[in-house]
Write a protein that binds this ligand. Structure first.
Ligand code: NAD
Ligand code: WQD
Length: 337
């Protein structure tokens, strides 16, 4: 398939571009490199042994998108481009709505104009807010705890409204749980700008000496060891879920949401213990207070993904840590030389 991947140079995008190329698709990336660098795509080409067309451009620029779609006639789009830092979204809500919501609206308009109605969209488990029960399935009530989460909810609604307004749209709203890990080559991986908010990159950067210790944020939750529990998913499994969704888009009637997780929860202490095993040396940590707004525990019911996409996560927490560590050790400063 001729596929446009927006945000193709980013963390999940670069891994997905690689798996799409390996599956024989013709891939073009569109990225403004606001949170990535073209070096990730250069390495993807190296790993795939194939070229990727890469456009530097912004999904907020409507005229540019229209020309791109009319000139290239893509058959499908995988849409990652957007901003994702929860704290930043609280400080700059309009910037988040402009990038995520307006950007997606422009993209859908350009797709409609060029008669391309097949989309895989990066949604998030954040649309479930603080879950009422675990595991969380797709029928769980939706809510937004911050502007980032609201942008995902609004985009999901826009997709549902658009699909209801005219026939022919096939849209997969993939709700990712907690993506971690890296490609097993150690050549591509997550390269957060500034101090990471997420647990796994913080743990791995601590292991290479970029931070003195990991804060265990909350030790008094009602969970087996008192620390927060999440459903961590290997980024290569997540990339493969996109390939599966793309290849089964014709089974999606309008816009349908699917959870992408493992179905298993791991606590903060379990993640740190698995990381210590992968790294082979102690990683300093200190107990600390809860982070405002955090849910005690979140894990997915991934049954629908299995039924609808024929996809299941295959990589466990040890593989996630081993692969993330290979990337971090080989690239202590990320893609920067
Ligand atoms: P990322 O920041 O690594 O990738 C996003 C890419 O989009 C970057 O390369 C960035 O430069 C690009 N981009 C941002 N705004 C753009 C714009 N206006 N025009 C063109 N390109 C733009 O993030 P990621 O972790 O790979 O996440 C990809 C998607 O998945 C995002 O939409 C994110 O919200 C969603 N998601 C991520 C997670 C996670 O924890 N990583 C979880 C659930 C959902
Ligand atoms: C995981 C656990 C923390 C950092 C976030 C977004 C969500 C989604 C994925 C995009 C929690 C604890 C963390 C640290 C810690 N992104 N923790 N010390 O909060 O589940 O989800 O990323 O859609 O929208 O909110 O992930 O990795 O930040 O936290 O103890 O330094 O680790 O309290 O229990 P989270 P996380």
């Amino acid at each position: 398939m001729r596929v446009l991947v927006t945000g193709g140079a980013g963390y999940i995008g670069s891994h997905t571009v690689l798996e799409l190329l390996k599956a024989g698709h013709e891939v073009t990336s569109l990225d403004n490199y606001s949170n990535s660098s073209p070096e990730s795509l250069r390495r993807v080409c190296e790993l795939a042994g194939k070229p990727v067309k890469a456009w530097e451009g912004d999904v907020r620029f409507q005229a540019f998108l229209r020309d791109l779609f009319m000139g290239n006639r893509y058959e499908a789009v995988v849409h990652f481009a957007g901003l994702k830092a929860v704290g930043e979204s609280v400080a700059m809500p309009l910037h988040y709505f402009e990038n995520n919501i307006c950007g997606t609206n422009n993209l859908l308009a350009a797709m409609q104009l060029s008669d391309c109605r097949r989309l895989v969209f990066s949604s998030s488990a954040t649309v479930y807010g603080v879950p009422r029960k675990n595991p969380v399935d797709e029928s769980h009530p939706l809510s937004a705890a911050n502007p980032y989460g609201r942008s995902k909810l609004v985009i999901e609604d826009i997709c549902r409204d658009l699909a209801a307004s005219e026939p022919g749209w096939n849209i997969a709203l993939l709700r990712y749980f907690n993506p971690v890990g890296a490609h097993e080559s150690g050549r591509i991986g997550e390269d957060p700008r500034g101090v990471p908010n997420n647990l796994m990159p913080y743990v791995m950067q601590t292991a290479v000496g970029r931070h003195p210790f990991v804060k265990v944020m909350g030790t008094d939750y009602n969970t087996p060891d008192g620390t927060g529990v999440r459903d961590y998913i290997h980024v290569v499994d997540l990339a493969l879920a996109h390939v599966a969704a793309l290849e089964r888009l014709s089974d999606f009637r309008g816009a349908e949401a699917v959870n992408i997780g493992t179905g298993k929860g791991a606590s903060v202490r379990e993640v740190i213990a698995a990381a210590v095993k992968a790294v082979g040396k102690p990683i300093p940590s200190q107990d600390s207070t809860r982070r405002a707004g955090d849910a005690p525990a979140v894990w997915a019911d991934p049954a629908l993904a299995h039924r609808k996409l024929g996809w299941k996560a295959a990589r466990d927490l040890d593989a996630m840590c081993a692969d993330h560590w290979r990337w971090q050790k080989g690239n202590p400063e990320g893609y920067r030389p």
